[in-house]
Design a protein around this ligand. Structure first.
Ligand code: FAD
Length: 404
């Protein structure tokens, strides 16, 4: 009886378990998770979970389905502390769990600031417990400071504004989201904050978070100004959760380094999701994504490949993510490194709808849309088919004339 062990009980881990069963694997499956919770969906934590009148815990599958239908042994609440490749075993608490095939899906953990640690009212948003604490503070009408105008920070700012709370959004870079969508469109996204009453301050850092009686009270910025706050949400990015693999012999370099099939190089050991850095053949470069869709897809494929390495398939994808701000949906497909960005539809200054295309050499490599749900996957398809820039421009023109 072969044993599949999956470490990390979130999206990629759950999809690994489901992928193995779907592929007909009838052996033993164990899912190891550091959090006490059943696998749950993270995107709602900075969206609906904060807004809804009654917050719903976004659990993917009930325990009955996991233990019954999927026949998974659940080891929740204690993180894996080490990996012994020679013995083919994962260390959890004081136990060693042997594996024949192993999927590493430990995701990422939120970065913190060197200041404000230990003060109540200072939070990151990565876990259900984080989101519960932030929601409780918003329910109490917190004056909110969000540090970092990335996607998660921007969603939190949007959620607090929806409740009519005063929100200051502090960003160290002169323009937000440059690495994610480029400078021009980063500025267009920044305008959405200003149009919706969020006080966005770029080019300033947080120097200190002052507290009283153990509670956050005021944020001190690098330009000398201060902002009163009951809630400080820190959204300054995440790091792959690889600390527990130190000394294991696996190659870790901004994520677990994998080949095109998500193989780590150690027999039977594959990685998936936010923790994996793999070779994406479609763009011929290594990538580590922190996106829902690729984590789900990689989880399923990593398990299939781990169980049948002789027939391992590569994972190729056009990266995709979405983010919801102020009732609008931002979507991005492809890669943002580009020679040129052209807005082919809509008006970026009005902040209601736009389509921006990204060109590298003579190829379409990316598309960013605001409220472009009906078209964004068409551009994803064009990028996957390696469409030329001329083809993309032709397609955009045809869409415009069809709409006119
Ligand atoms: P994770 O979800 O990070 O799960 C890893 C799990 O492994 C965690 O439960 C962790 O506790 C556990 N773990 C860590 N170390 C160990 C260990 N040593 N032993 C055992 N268990 C361990 N993506 C989008 O595309 N669109 C969005 O709108 C969007 N919104 C998001 C909003 C928020 C607030 C967050 C946090 C993320 C969002 N994402 C979004 C990203 C998306 O949720 C992630 O890409 C996805 O969760 C990655 O899944 P994963 O399973 O690889 O990792």
């Amino acid at each position: 009886d072969r044993h599949l062990v999956v470490v990390g009980a979130s999206l990629a881990g759950l999809r690994a378990v489901e992928g193995a069963r779907k592929a007909g694997f009838a052996g033993r499956v164990t899912l190891v998770g550091g959090e006490p919770h059943l696998p749950y969906d993270r995107p709602p934590l900075s969206k609906a979970f904060l807004d809804a009148p009654e917050p719903q815990v976004p659990t993917y599958r009930g325990e009955d389905v996991l233990r019954g239908e999927l026949a998974v042994g659940l080891e929740l609440g204690v993180p894996a502390a080490g990996l012994d490749l020679a013995e083919r075993a994962v260390l959890v608490g004081d136990r060693e769990i042997g594996y024949d095939a192993l999927v590493l899906a430990t995701g990422a953990q939120a970065r913190t600031l060197p200041v404000g640690a230990g003060l109540s009212g200072v939070h990151t948003v990565r876990t259900l417990d984080d989101a519960r604490a932030v929601r409780a503070a918003l329910d109490a009408g917190a004056r909110t400071v969000v540090v970092g105008a990335g996607f998660i920070g921007s969603e939190i700012a949007s959620g607090a504004r929806k409740r009519g709370l005063p929100v200051t959004l502090v960003e160290a870079a002169p323009t937000p989201l440059v690495r994610a969508v480029g400078k021009r469109m980063g500025a267009a996204c920044a305008d959405l904050h200003r149009l919706n009453g969020t006080d966005l301050r770029c080019g300033v850092g947080v120097v200190d978070i002052e507290g009283r009686a153990g509670r956050a009270e005021r944020v001190v910025l690098s330009d000398g100004s201060t902002v009163d706050a009951d809630l400080v949400v820190v959204g300054v990015g995440a790091d792959p959760a690889t600390g527990w693999l130190a000394g294991s012999g696996l190659t870790v370099d901004n994520g677990i380094v994998c080949d095109a099939t998500l193989a780590t190089g150690a027999p039977g050991v594959y990685a998936a999701g936010d923790v994996a850095r793999w070779h994406n053949a479609l763009f011929d470069r290594p990538m580590r994504l922190e996106h829902w869709t690729s984590a789900a897809d990689q989880g399923a494929l990593a398990a299939r490949n781990a169980l049948d390495p002789g027939n391992a398939e590569p994972y190729e994808t056009v990266p995709y993510f979405w983010s919801d701000w102020y009732g609008s949906r931002i979507q991005f497909v492809g890669v943002p490194q580009a020679d040129e960005v052209v807005v082919v539809d809509g008006d970026v200054t009005a902040g209601r709808r736009w389509v921006a295309l990204y060109r590298e050499a003579d190829r379409l490599v990316g598309a960013l849309t605001l409220n472009g749900q009906r078209v964004v996957m068409k551009y994803r398809g064009l990028i996957a088919r390696r469409a030329s820039w001329a083809q993309a421009m032709e397609f955009a023109a045809a869409r415009r004339s069809a709409a006119a």
